[in-house]
Structure formats: structure tokens, C-alpha cells
Design a protein around this ligand. Structure first.
Ligand SMILES: Cc1cc2nc3c(=O)[nH]c(=O)nc-3n(C[C@H](O)[C@H](O)[C@H](O)COP(=O)(O)OP(=O)(O)OC[C@H]3O[C@@H](n4cnc5c(N)ncnc54)[C@H](O)[C@@H]3O)c2cc1C
Length: 417
């Protein structure tokens, strides 16, 4: 059985950062990755362009059941450290209003640089090797070590860094393997739910609005009427519900409510730049100017036809009705609907569609300086496996680099076997 100083389970973003850092500290490192190559998910990030960090780093950018903890970690390896880290390994960064991408605009640039650095440092990489179990056992030298079992063999490791990711986008290898492993060492898991994903809405009108994109605002309410979260930007209407970055941003909260068997309601503001009064006034003005036009044409002048059709149907105004025949009370209803379309959330799209996982190993159960388990010396945890999910904008990768770096520092500094 091979003996290893630092064994990294999972060769995604956090695993590669951890392996590089541990190897830079002089440790002999082995990375075990179940997929054919390292960093499959990284290639899909930022639509293939990899938004790898963001210069705005605030508490609200990270979600966790222990909200005060993520920034304590990020402060130890912040966005500037990420930019510097990538610059050192040859990736020139481009700042786009605070969102950082490789200047090449290609995620593969980031992945290749990480792979080159791992090779330069002599880190050993085994792909297509899945870790199935980890146990704490007495090593040959009489000291405790980790017995790591895979589908191709087994290893004795002095330190193990668990970087198996969450459950989002399982096609890239993250199928939640790390949770059982962490639980075995005494860790507790905040139930994982999909986040940064679209919402499945309740109603029979979604086919009619499918394909529409607007600059809108989405607000999410709990069943007591409390506002959980809101965001605005390009909202995309789809045949099963609603999508787009603002929807991704609020999806964490919808997923949590539904997982806890509570209801969640989405409120869509279809014209966030205008007040209800302004919209009503605009409807009345258009009605007065040309009472002969249909209500479909009147509203179609203010928004995409498909969306106008949905609003009219919801307020029971026939699309072909002459504008002059529509009573003021109905126009008031229409203005309210445009500002506040309330739609129950039926479900959150599943892990296949989600970009990240909300939930995971409690952050308070790891040392925020080193990512070492509070329950098992020599075991480190990093990345999406932990109970932290960032909003869109480079925060999830920032989390992966920061925790990977800290774990690599923690695990890589002692290597006396
Ligand atoms: C489509 C998409 C776009 C995204 N875009 C962005 C973006 O632009 N910016 C951003 O910040 N974030 C983005 N994210 C999120 C970001 O990619 C993840 O949060 C980040 O990759 C998590 O890193 P990780 O190392 O924790 O996990 P992962 O990247 O999921 O890596 C985990 C690795 O562990 C391996 N593994 C799992 N179990 C085992 C096992 N038992 N044995 C061996 N290996 C195992 C997996 O195969 C995988 O390679 C995006 C995600 C998706 C899906």
C-alpha cells in the first residue's frame, strides 16, 4: 500500500488550489479525481469564460446557515490573492466592472495553468479513480494515518483534504460523496439543496410567456408574507417557470423554504423602472389617444407581445377588446398585475440544472484558519462541500480558491513521515 503525505480527494477548483498550495509547502501530494480529467466543472464556469473572482467581497455575497463565518475565511485569502495566485501561474486577468475573468476569455486557460503548476510541483494526479471510503487507522510507523480506499486500490495518507464538491451539476463528478465521508468523522450536514438555478412556477400560463426576456425585478416571500430576498436584472421566462441571473440569486431561499415544507411566492415586477401610478397613467393616455386599438396592441407597445398577452389573460381582458371599452378599474388591475404578479413557487430546478449547492458541512466544525476538521486531526475540508454558497459573480470560485489555499497551507506545512 502506497504512503502519501497529503492526499487530495477531488480534482476540482478547490482540490487543485489545495494540492498546489500543499505541494508548494514541500509536501508529497496525490490528487484522486473520479472523472477523466481534472476541473471538468471549471470549463463550464461563466459560460466557458470562468468568472473566477470578484472585487466586491461582502457578507451578503455568501450564504450559509452561519452567516458570520464565510467572510472570516475569505479575509484570509481574498479576491486580490486569487488574482495574484493566477497571475503567478501565468493567467492574465481581465477586470470587467469588478468581475474577474481570464483575459483570454476562456476557462480552459485557467484550467491549463492549474494543471501546469501541479505538474511543475511534481504533484501526482490519478484521474478515473473514485474514493469509496476513508478510515482512520494506525500507520506503519505507529502513528495514526488515513486509510483511503478507491475503486483501483488503497493508500495510507498522513493528511487528507476532502474537496469533493457538492451535488450541483453532477455530470462533472460532484455527486455528494463527501457528505457521508465527513459525517463518518463526526461532521453534521446542513441538508443540501440546489441553488443558483431556475424556479418551477405554479400556473398554466408559462407556455405562453416562454422565450420572453425583460429587465425585471423578482421578489421572494415566505408563507407569512415576509420578504426573503429580491434581485433585478434580465429575467428569462421559460416554459416551466422563470430563470435568469436575478432568479438564480433568490433560488437559495426558495429551495430552503420548500425543503422545509413551507410555501414560497415569487412576485414579478415587470416594469421596475416605473411606479404603478406611472403605468396606470400611461395606459390611460394610450387609451385616450387611440381608443380604437385593441388592448393587445395597446399593451404590446409597452412590452413584449407574449408578456402582454399573459397580463391581459390574468386580468381577464380579451386581447382583441377595444381599448375604449376597457373600464378604468380593469386598467388599475392591469397596472397592479404588471408591478406585482404573484406566482406560487412549485419547485426549484434540480441539481442537474443548478450551478451550486446550498448546505453542506457546518462551517463552525472546521478551523477557519486551516480548514482542518474540529473532530479529526489531519482531515481538511474545502470548497462547495462546506455549507457556503456564493451569489453569481465569481464568489463560488473565490470560495473554492480561498478554502483550497487554506487547507493546502494547513495540510502541507507538516510533512515529517
Ligand atoms: C455551469 C456552471 C457555471 C458556473 N460558473 C461559475 C462562475 O462563473 N463563477 C463562480 O465563481 N462559480 C461558478 N460555478 C460554481 C463553481 O464552479 C463551483 O462552486 C466550484 O467549482 C466548486 O469547486 P469544488 O472544488 O468545491 O467542487 P467541484 O468543482 O465540483 O469539484 C469536485 C471534484 O471532486 C471530484 N469527486 C467527487 N467525488 C469524488 C470521489 N469520491 N473520488 C474522487 N473524486 C471525486 C469530482 O469529480 C470533481 O471533479 C459554476 C458552476 C456551474 C455548474
Amino acid at each position: 500500500m502506497r504512503s502519501i503525505q497529503v492526499l487530495v480527494v477531488g480534482g476540482g477548483a478547490s482540490g487543485m488550489a489545495a494540492a498546489i498550495t500543499a505541494a508548494r509547502n514541500g509536501a508529497r501530494v496525490l490528487v484522486l479525481e473520479k472523472k477523466k480529467r481534472l476541473g471538468r466543472k471549471l470549463l463550464a464556469t461563466g459560460n466557458g469564460r470562468c468568472n473566477f473572482t470578484n472585487m466586491v467581497q461582502e457578507k451578503d455575497c455568501y450564504r450559509s446557515s452561519e452567516m458570520d463565518l464565510p467572510m472570516r475565511v475569505i479575509q484570509k485569502f481574498n479576491w486580490e490573492d486569487s488574482v495574484r495566485f493566477f497571475d503567478e501561474i501565468g493567467v492574465l486577468a481581465r477586470d470587467r466592472e469588478g468581475y474577474y475573468y481570464p483575459a483570454s476569455n476562456q476557462a480552459v486557460t485557467v484550467l491549463r495553468a492549474l494543471e501546469r503548476e501541479l505538474a511543475r510541483l511534481g504533484a501526482e494526479i490519478h484521474t478515473e479513480e473514485t474514493v469509496s471510503d476513508i478510515e482512520r487507522r494506525m500507520g506503519r510507523n505507529g502513528r495514526d494515518a488515513f486509510f483511503v480506499k478507491t475503486d483501483r486500490g488503497s493508500y495510507l495518507a498522513k493528511k487528507v483534504i476532502l474537496c469533493t464538491g457538492g451535488m450541483a451539476a453532477p455530470v462533472y463528478g460532484s455527486t455528494g460523496d463527501g457528505y457521508a465521508c465527513a459525517a463518518k468523522f463526526g461532521h453534521h450536514i446542513v441538508p443540501p439543496v440546489p441553488a443558483l438555478t431556475s424556479l418551477v412556477l405554479d400556473g398554466n400560463f408559462m407556455k405562453a410567456w416562454s422565450g420572453v426576456r425583460i429587465q425585471g425585478k423578482v421578489l421572494l416571500y415566505n408563507d407569512k408574507g415576509g420578504l426573503l430576498c429580491e434581485d433585478r436584472g434580465e429575467v428569462q421566462m421559460v416554459s416551466y417557470g422563470i430563470s435568469g441571473i436575478p432568479v438564480f440569486q433568490i433560488s437559495h431561499y426558495a429551495a430552503r423554504e420548500l425543503a422545509d415544507n413551507r410555501r414560497a411566492t415569487l412576485v414579478l415586477d415587470g416594469m421596475p423602472d416605473y411606479s404603478r401610478e406611472w403605468i396606470l397613467d400611461a395606459l390611460l393616455k394610450r387609451q385616450k389617444h387611440n381608443g380604437k386599438q385593441s388592448m393587445g396592441d395597446l399593451l404590446g407597445g409597452m412590452m413584449p407581445d407574449k408578456l402582454a398577452g399573459v397580463y391581459l389573460k390574468q386580468t381577464k381582458i380579451p386581447v382583441s377588446e377595444r381599448a375604449s371599452e376597457t373600464e378604468k378599474g380593469r386598467l388599475e388591475e392591469l397596472a397592479t398585475k404588471i408591478k406585482q404578479m404573484k406566482i406560487p413557487v412549485k419547485a426549484v430546478s434540480d441539481f442537474e440544472k443548478a450551478q451550486v449547492t446550498a448546505g453542506g458541512v457546518y462551517l463552525s466544525e472546521v478551523n477557519p484558519d486551516t480548514m482542518e476538521s474540529e473532530f479529526c486531526k489531519g482531515l481538511y475540508l474545502a470548497g462547495e462541500l462546506l455549507d457556503v454558497d456564493g451569489i453569481c459573480g465569481g464568489y463560488n470560485l473565490q470560495w473554492a480558491w480561498a478554502t483550497g489555499y487554506l487547507a493546502g497551507m494547513g495540510a502541507g506545512t507538516i510533512h515529517d513521515t
